[in-house]
Ligand binder design. Sequence first.
Ligand SMILES: N[C@@H](CCC(=O)N[C@@H](CS)C(=O)NCC(=O)O)C(=O)O
Length: 216
Amino acid sequence: MSDPIALVIGNRNYSSWSVRAWLAMKHSGLAFEEIFIPLDLPDTKAAIAKHSPSGLVPVLKVGDNIVWESMAIIETLAELAPDMKFWPEDFAARAMAKSVSAQMHAGFFRLRRDMPMDLRNNLPGQNHTEGALGDAAKITALWTACLERFGGTGPYLFGDWSAADMMYAPVVGRLRTFGVPTNDICENYMDAVLAHPDMAAWMVGAKAEPYVIGNP
Ligand SMILES: N[C@@H](CCC(=O)N[C@@H](CS)C(=O)NCC(=O)O)C(=O)O
């Protein structure tokens, strides 16, 4: 398919759903135009509405086709770039990768509410609500299970960098910003995610952004 591709995203520092789609876009290796809409400004909603049927970012545009929701964007990019591995080859690993990714997309609301992504900030000990820590404990238990069972061939949840890592990359940012203690296996995993070239590039952009939302 040679239709032009565009990805509409929000702020690199704050938009946790945008980073997932952007990591998938980069992983695809496909050429794309990036359309950036700064969030939380008076004209943000109108600007997003020009692209997005849901009123939210990210949005993927492939010619006249519009794809919204981060998981749908990741799956669409996996289809458009079939030679790039988005999911593990092994059936058992792929089944678990899809499950933990869907669980992230649908859940962990308390962590998302109480520890909003703020990549360039360092707020250890803050926002350690019971709910957020409970979600963090569930996530680190999931990571540990993936890493112990399937992570043997590389530093990521299923060895190689996969869609599951893209889905959890913003959680890595949150746990690091708010200094949530984990275990050695998860600390190593989080270091690897932050060192991934695409994630590192996103972090550089987050630090360079002039926009400030909320109480810095
Ligand atoms: N379930 C959606 C969530 C998308 C979402 O909540 N996006 C936020 C930014 S991270 C947004 O567009 N907010 C609109 C606004 O701030 O006006 C997905 O997976 O893509």
